[in-house]
Write a protein that binds this ligand. Structure first.
Ligand SMILES: O=C(O)c1ccccc1N[C@@H]1O[C@H](COP(=O)(O)O)[C@@H](O)[C@H]1O
Length: 264
């Protein structure tokens, strides 16, 4: 029987579509296979594959702090689901509006439906609306209130800093389907490469589409996913070239993606 090689592509947050199939000769010799036999086999295998994909959705991957088109394309190539660009001026990973548009254009040309996220902190509402037109989604990583998030829904979510159970309780005040949980580190907004006590957000991950962030890398993401079972994982410093927060390491990105797949 011929083997079916299929490629499945995510078309939105939850759905997959079979985008290409090809047939290769079987290792067992079968000279009597007819075209209609092949068609039937292909249809059966496609049906099975669709079922597997529908029930085996993987933890989604967002790679954050992208500062240039090359790193953006490396993320897409490695199988990430989204990238984040940091529009917080105090960040080591800050990108100017001009740099931002160069990166967004490169992504749109390579993968028009790929999700891009703007990481912002304490911007006026009008500016957040402007960025929402250019990105797929906003990540509010400052000290925004639950009320400030409301007019931006559904294409925005709050990043909450988790240090204790009280922080988890406060997170519930933010509306919307999604939340991101990052480590709470005094005097910083995020991107610190610090992990937090994952057991604190296990319940939250049952109630919301939770993106787990904070100090993740290829060495700990498997354990993090097993512990929290989040909707998505997010990494900035854990896939960078050591000592250079403005460049990603494509080997570290690939290792990270492989470990997420192994855990999912
Ligand atoms: O990356 C930054 O410099 C940053 C600055 C201000 C707010 C958020 C920031 N990064 C976000 O922090 C988390 C975790 O990053 P890391 O993996 O621990 O380095 C991630 O969501 C980044 O988007």
């Amino acid at each position: 029987m011929p083997a079916l090689h299929a490629t499945a592509t995510r078309v939105n947050d939850d759905d997959y579509v079979l985008t290409s199939t090809s047939l290769s000769p079987s290792t067992t010799t079968s000279t009597t296979t007819t075209t209609s036999d092949v068609d039937v086999d292909v249809r059966r295998q496609r049906a099975r594959l669709t079922v597997v994909l529908a029930f085996g959705a993987m933890t989604k991957i967002k790679i954050c702090g992208i500062t240039n088109p090359e790193d953006a394309l490396a993320c897409i190539e490695a199988g990430a689901d989204a990238i984040g660009l940091n529009l917080v001026p105090t960040s080591k990973r800050y990108v100017t509006p001009e740099e931002t548009r160069v990166i967004l254009r490169a992504v749109a040309a390579a993968a028009p439906k790929f999700l891009t996220v703007a990481v912002v902190a304490d911007l006026p509402l009008a500016e957040m609306f402007e960025w929402q037109h250019e990105f797929g989604c906003l990540q509010l990583h400052g000290n925004e209130t639950p009320q400030q998030l409301l007019p931006l829904l559904p294409h925005a979510y709050k990043a909450v800093r988790i240090g204790d159970a009280q922080d988890v309780a406060s997170a519930a005040n933010f509306a919307g389907e999604h939340l991101l949980a990052d480590a709470k580190v005094a005097g910083t907004l995020g991107g610190t490469g610090t992990i937090f006590d994952w057991t604190l957000v296990r319940e939250l991950a049952r109630a919301r589409k939770l993106t787990l962030a904070g100090g993740l890398d290829a060495t700990n993401v498997h354990e993090a996913i097993s512990s929290v079972k989040p909707y998505a994982v997010d990494v900035a410093s854990g896939v960078e070239l050591v000592g250079n927060p403005r460049r990603k390491d494509s080997a570290r990105i690939r290792d990270f993606v492989r470990e997420v797949k192994r855990a999912s």
